[in-house]
Design a protein around this ligand. Structure first.
Ligand SMILES: CC(C)(COP(=O)(O)OP(=O)(O)OC[C@H]1O[C@@H](n2cnc3c(N)ncnc32)[C@H](O)[C@@H]1OP(=O)(O)O)[C@@H](O)C(=O)NCCC(=O)NCCS
Length: 173
């Protein structure tokens, strides 16, 4: 095969990749609203053994220190993150993605958005706690720059430890 036809083949491959990417449904992150709560609750119940209830999410919607966001794909809520930010410390209170859409970078997108928002609100550190058995979430947080800073023994149902993790939002914090 000549060099010219190889180059042409590579160009065609790039064109095909670009067209395929345009066909992929776009996902965007926006603030959560009351109308999202049924979809959010469906994901929450399917994701956790001890899920939050409607009131927990309503509290996030009205609290002056909370900023809940949803990831939306083709007008459907596919994930959410609940951010709390108070002075220099922000916290991720909850994050989940619908099981059929996991492994596509949606949690990363939500957490990156939450970090940007927290930084804008003046936070210097992002903190969270996660079940010691939740290896998927721990890998996610480690990939995004969180490190383990402690353990809260028997925190969940007085039986499972919570791993405390933090990530600096500013370079010198
Ligand atoms: C944890 C959770 C939010 C991850 O959502 P997701 O959209 O699938 O995650 P992403 O696709 O953005 O993954 C980003 C990175 O996290 C890590 N990760 C995510 N899921 C993982 C898994 N099941 N196993 C190992 N690593 C995983 C990977 O490093 C991944 O990077 P890569 O794709 O380059 O390998 C999702 O599994 C979930 O909703 N779980 C139930 C709720 C929950 O446990 N929330 C956390 C409570 S603290």
């Amino acid at each position: 095969m000549s060099n010219i036809s190889l180059k042409r083949l590579q160009e065609l491959k790039v064109c095909l990749l670009c067209s395929a990417m345009e066909l992929l449904p776009k996902i965007h992150v926006r603030p959560m609203i009351e109308d999202d709560l049924d979809a959010v609750m469906a994901i929450e119940i399917a994701s956790y053994s001890s899920p939050w209830n409607h009131e927990h999410f309503r509290d996030e919607l009205i609290s002056r220190y909370s900023w809940p966001f949803v990831a939306v794909e083709m007008e459907s809520v596919v994930g959410y993150v609940c951010l709390m930010s108070l002075f220099e410390e922000a916290q991720i209170l909850n994050v989940a993605v619908v099981s059929t859409r996991r492994g596509r970078g949606i949690a990363r997108m939500l957490l990156d958005h939450a970090s940007t928002q927290a930084l804008e609100k003046g936070a210097e550190i992002m903190a969270l706690e996660v079940r010691a058995s939740n290896t998927a979430a721990i890998s996610l947080y480690e990939k995004l720059g969180f490190t383990r800073v402690g353990i809260r023994a028997g925190y969940y149902e007085s039986a499972e430890d919570a791993v405390l993790m933090e990530k600096p939002l500013k370079e010198n914090s």
